[in-house]
Ligand binder design. Structure first.
Ligand SMILES: Nc1ccn([C@@H]2O[C@H](COP(=O)(O)OP(=O)(O)OP(=O)(O)O)[C@@H](O)[C@H]2O)c(=O)n1
Ligand SMILES: O=P(O)(O)OC[C@@H](O)[C@@H](O)[C@@H](O)CO
Length: 435
């Protein structure tokens, strides 16, 4: 398969990172396994001109993490996917390696891209055939997926991979949003297509390794230069008619600047909406937790679990996607929160998505002096600044309730306080109450 990368331009070996076991937080869906090797090619060698940005869209950050990292994670958390080939422009190889190291992505092969999308995909497919790692088998099925489509789920990948193995090729389709028309050379309407008969071709697509290899071996330079559809190559050069599968609306591609805002909004929505309230077994903290649980429940807000600590079985909260409300009572003691931050870091909990800690400090003694409050706030801000470097977002709320029992009976938190708490628990930075 020749693309424009002459042999001497390509590295002697693709850069390979250790094949990692499934992430701790992997939620493998029961029954979603395949009995044949599947690998993925993520074309990410473009410049993203249509966004109008200097940074190629696949490297634009969302919540401190590049878009491509979300896409890579979508695939690496699927246990039956063997290798994720990321095809990037040669000048971005170093950037991609840094992203892999920083977010500890596994199973990843970095391969240099080409001047067009087809050439990049061709390089990625070729690299799968050249793998020299003992554990890496030549795949039976290759899934091809634009790196700028970060929202893909295991169920749909399973459908595409299975159909590709059976049919030779399979692809995602979506209904057309606008009618397709043909124009005359003078820029007038020539004719329009009956929209009901057509679909938009999306990604992921799947091919048996042999079919996609044959397609790229036989296709023309014009295909490489101007083509946009891998399914067409399979049909044209291998006689393989792809099985088309209706995909979910989340399969859209980030193309324009507006798509970046939409992607960030969706990424935020996928952040954990669950919070674990740690009481330390303190009576006042338990009373507060009961009130919040009722209030959150009544307002259909964040799921709130209450636990005295994170010992024993309660340690599971550290391993899954929970945010935390840590309640402390006088005296003010940052070390309690510091211990939680260290525990989250030890589990790499905030490696990919931010973890949120809300420290609610109950002060039931006399109002602290201004200087003491300033000292305490400074300590908290230092802690928060350090934690943020580890993608852990720390927020502090002080509740001064000389008669805490009132909180249980009458002085229930108002909706604004609860809504702000809920936004914090949902990890939504815009609504967060910074310290
Ligand atoms: N030479 C190229 C061109 C594109 N792509 C990748 O193909 C996917 C879909 O292409 P597109 O959305 O067109 O990305 P760009 O080509 O970067 O966008 P633009 O056309 O706006 O420059 C993207 O992940 C892009 O990085 C690639 O791997 N190699
Ligand atoms: O053409 P672009 O490079 O913008 O994007 C690639 C898309 O064409 C492609 O992802 C789907 O149409 C499926 O082939």
């Amino acid at each position: 398969m020749q693309s424009d990368d002459s042999e001497q331009d390509r590295p002697a070996y693709p850069r390979v990172f250790p094949t990692g076991e499934a992430r701790k937080s992997d939620h493998l869906k029961a029954g979603l396994c395949v009995d044949f090797p599947v690998s993925v090619v993520l074309p990410a060698g473009g410049t993203g001109e249509r966004t109008g940005l200097q940074t190629p869209k696949q490297f634009c950050p969302f919540l401190g993490r590049p878009l491509i990292s979300y896409t890579v994670e979508s695939f690496e958390r699927v246990s039956w996917i063997q290798t994720v080939v990321v095809v990037v422009a040669k000048e971005n190889t170093g950037l991609m390696m840094d992203i892999i190291q920083r977010f500890q992505h596994k199973k990843v092969l970095v391969v240099p891209g080409g001047s067009t999308r087809h050439r990049s995909i061709c390089n990625g497919v070729a690299a799968l055939g050249e793998q020299r790692r003992p554990a890496a088998h030549k795949p039976k099925v290759v899934i091809i997926h634009d790196a700028v489509r970060p929202f893909v789920d295991e169920d749909f990948l399973h459908k595409i991979a299975t159909a590709a193995k059976e049919q030779g090729a399979a692809g995602a389709i979506r209904p057309l949003v606008s009618t397709v028309i043909a124009t005359t050379s003078e820029g007038y309407l020539d004719h329009s297509l009956e929209r009901a008969k057509y679909r938009a071709s999306e990604m992921p697509q799947g091919f048996t390794y042999d079919v996609i290899c044959e397609a790229y071996q036989k296709c023309t330079e014009s295909d490489f230069e101007f083509g946009t559809e891998c399914l067409h190559l399979a049909l044209q050069y291998c006689g393989t008619n792809a099985k088309l599968i209706d995909g979910p609306p989340t399969l859209w591609k980030v193309t324009y600047k507006r798509d970046l805002a939409a992607a960030e909004s969706i990424i935020k929505e996928t952040l954990s909406q669950s919070a674990c309230l740690i009481t330390g077994g303190l009576e006042a903290a338990v009373a507060l937790a009961n009130v919040l649980q009722k209030a959150f429940g009544a307002l259909d807000m964040t799921e709130l679990n209450v636990t005295p600590d994170l010992m024993g079985d309660n340690g599971r909260y550290l391993l899954e996607d929970w945010n935390f409300i840590k309640v402390s009572v006088d005296p003010f003691c940052p070390s309690e929160v510091e211990a939680l931050i260290v525990a989250l870091e030890a589990e790499n909990r905030a490696l990919l998505n931010p973890a949120v800690i809300i420290w609610m400090h109950l002060s039931v003694t006399e109002e602290p002096s201004t200087s003491r409050r300033a000292t305490e706030s400074a300590a908290l801000i230092d802690l928060a600044s350090t934690a943020k470097l580890r993608n852990i977002l720390l927020y502090g709320i002080r509740l001064h309730q000389p008669e805490l029992v009132l909180w249980e009976s009458s002085a229930k938190p108002d909706k604004l306080t609860l809504r702000s708490l809920n936004q914090i628990c949902a990890g939504n930075p815009r609504q967060m109450l910074n310290i």
